[in-house]
Design a protein around this ligand. Structure first.
Ligand SMILES: Nc1ncnc2c1ncn2[C@@H]1O[C@H](COP(=O)(O)OP(=O)(O)OP(=O)(O)O)[C@@H](O)[C@H]1O
Ligand SMILES: [Mg+2]
Length: 260
């Protein structure tokens, strides 16, 4: 079921948005590991259509695979655009800027090595970003999500976990799961952002979402400010062992970023 009631407003049109696959293509075109700010001649001109801007600055985008004909290629690009647009609708406005090509990313994710680690693991099915408040977990996770969707050409959902705490209480009994819980369970990739930030209610759906996704082998990413011990105290070992099963864990904070 798709329903946009709990999703965030769409970004303004007209500017090249970070989720635009052409920006992701632009990022790959640099391919030196450091995001670059576009200098004035390379920035989009007022009123310049994005495809023209991309061609002027980077040239033609390569075909996704060499044996695709023009119609397949157009369909592929449309599918990728749609997947990225769908992801963008679930991202909170305050993180709309976040992508690997955004110069702000390096300013807001200060842990040395964290962005390079994130680039390496961003196509993995299971990821957990851990660390104290404001170290850049969510910013980095959004950049990774855009890359995952652009590469896999499948939809993904940003799920703000604090919205889950009361979702079942506010939902009418006998009508299945609330829409946000349904999306969190079924999305091809779900980022559960800030696990532990939700109110600890008796109907908290987080453990059910984790069990359901694990059983169906659906890719699941998590950010959390809790330690593993704190997660166990809150959710129990069954939930936490599923969260960390074959998961790439990236720790942000003091010192170098570390990957497990
Ligand atoms: N839209 C924005 N404008 C200005 N600063 C921002 C914006 N988005 C993020 N930041 C800053 O980037 C830094 C990292 O924020 P981010 O929310 O990614 O951290 P976090 O580790 O997810 O924090 P938390 O544990 O509180 O969720 C913070 O200093 C934050 O203030
Ligand atoms: Mg966060």
């Amino acid at each position: 079921m798709t329903d946009d009631r709990n999703r965030y407003p769409r970004p303004d049109r007209g500017e090249p948005t970070p989720e635009d696959p052409k920006r992701e293509g632009a990022d790959r075109a640099h391919n030196d590991g450091t995001p670059k700010r576009l200098s004035a001649p390379h920035a989009p001109r007022e009123g310049e259509p994005i495809p023209d801007w991309f061609r002027r600055v980077f040239g033609e985008m390569p075909a996704p695979t060499s044996d695709m004909d023009a119609a397949d290629h157009a369909q592929f690009r449309e599918r990728r655009h749609e997947a990225l647009r769908s992801l963008a609708r679930s991202i909170p406005p305050v993180y709309r800027w976040a992508s690997f090509v955004a110069p702000e990313l390096a300013e807001r994710v200060a842990t040395p090595g964290a962005i390079a680690h994130a680039r390496r693991i961003c196509l993995s099915p299971r990821v957990c970003l851990m660390g104290a408040s404001r170290v850049g977990k969510t910013s980095l996770a959004v950049a990774m999500l855009r890359r995952w969707v652009s590469e896999h050409v499948r939809p993904a959902e940003f799920i703000a976990v604090h919205r889950l705490g009361f979702a079942r209480i506010q939902h009418a009994a006998g009508h299945g799961e609330p829409e946000i819980v349904e999306r969190a369970m079924r999305a091809p990739l779900a980022l559960l952002d800030d696990v532990g930030s939700e109110r600890d209610t008796g109907t908290n759906p987080v453990p059910d979402i984790v069990f359901e996704r694990h059983a169906a082998q659906r890719p699941t990413w998590v950010t959390t400010g809790l330690t593993r011990e704190q997660l166990v105290a809150r959710y129990g070992t069954g939930t936490v062992s599923r969260l960390f099963d074959q998961t790439k864990v990236l720790r942000l904070g003091s010192g170098e970023a570390s990957e497990l």
